[in-house]
Design a protein around this ligand. Sequence first.
Ligand SMILES: Cc1ncc(COP(=O)(O)O)c(C=O)c1O
Length: 459
Amino acid sequence: MSKNQDHGFWNAAQKHLIRYGGSFEPAIIERAAGSFVYDADDRPILDFTSGQMSALLGHSHPRIVSTVSRQVGQVAHLFSGMLSRPVVELAERLAALAPGLDRVLLLSTGAESNEAAIRMAKLVTGKHEIVAFSKSWHGMTGVAASATYSAGRKGYGPAAVGSLAIPAPNSFRPRFRNADGSLDWQTELDDAFDLVDSQSTGNLAAFVAEPILSSGGILELPQGYLAALQKKCRERGMLLILDEAQTGIGRTGHMFAFQRDGVTPDILTLSKTIGAGLPLSAVMTTAEIEEEAHVKGFLFYTTHVSDPLPAAVGLAVLDVVAEEKLVERARHLGARLFDGLSRLKQRYDCVGDVRGRGLLLGVEIVKDGRVPDHQLGAAIAAEAFRGGLSMNIVKLPGMGGVFRIAPPLTISEEDLDLGLKIIAQSIEATVNTNRQGIAADEAIGDGVGIQASWIDVAF
Ligand SMILES: Cc1ncc(COP(=O)(O)O)c(C=O)c1O
């Protein structure tokens, strides 16, 4: 019997865990190394989502392991009013990577970084309306959740007063089209801001955006869009906040995704990738905005602000990214993965679209051309997991199941190709045996009732 069918484990999980969204994978993960996690049978499972889109250097990278053990023995946590060398050094290193964004605040999670960014934008502008994309994900805490529109809005009472949304541009399913059928994002943006203007009470503080909406199904802002969005913000005295939780630190083939567009935001938030799997996030802004916030009494005093342990990890991450040339690697491996996935698109009708940038790619599963097919997508993901590949699938209304593919930047070409092979085999097996619907309900272990799984919402 598989050690994954440990009834004691699953019964205790069922009895004692609060379920926080979606369902659990049908395996007990005992360890992880490089691009693989290993289940209770020591079966390697290729991790095509870098954990929760975070393990940029793969799992248990020796530099992270040695940094954590060294720093935890030296100084891990401090009174929040004390400073240590890793914190100041990381702030200096990040500022050098994002010219113009000279001031840095180090926190723990993505949601927290967006809370701080939005709080600062409100204080500096003296206004409170926050605009975001209708398929955004900025985190699960108060104000970040108010700016999150892809999931989780119902049942929790009012969102923050002044929360507004505009549609995210979608090249595969354009709402406005040019004569040649392609997405007319400028007309869409103009139309959206007409609506913002008519809803606004004159208190527009900021727009918060992901350069590639990940949980929204890998929707890339087309070239030129960010500049146009910044212009809309400037015209209205709003700040532009970019949330690079997933796109930052090289994943898209640039250190930050905004660098492709030559647009520097007023405030940048980083999380996930900057800690490469450990809880570290950052808010970056200009000296002018920071001065103004400080003069107005900016307060964001938390338990783990400026902690030396995660800061030391962030420094190690930046070192490894530079030494192993991971930004270039993301570009090069991303092109290889994109080609491989595009070949699958040519081969299988159910692969409707392949999109994204660098090593953050999306594959949308459809039927009859562009009709969303969540069930088939879920069945393919379940088959891939059985075949030794972990992929995350986003299921949103109006879109097909979208696989989010974001392997570690350290993945080898062989493992990338292995992942492509498992995806192809999973599509083949699922389409041929018409397994849709079966995988979804398959239980692990008799009577345990944990679903073979994918998740409905993706973070
Ligand atoms: C773009 C983006 N911003 C913010 C968050 C929230 O980060 P966290 O879950 O660390 O609070 C996420 C992820 O879940 C994300 O994808």
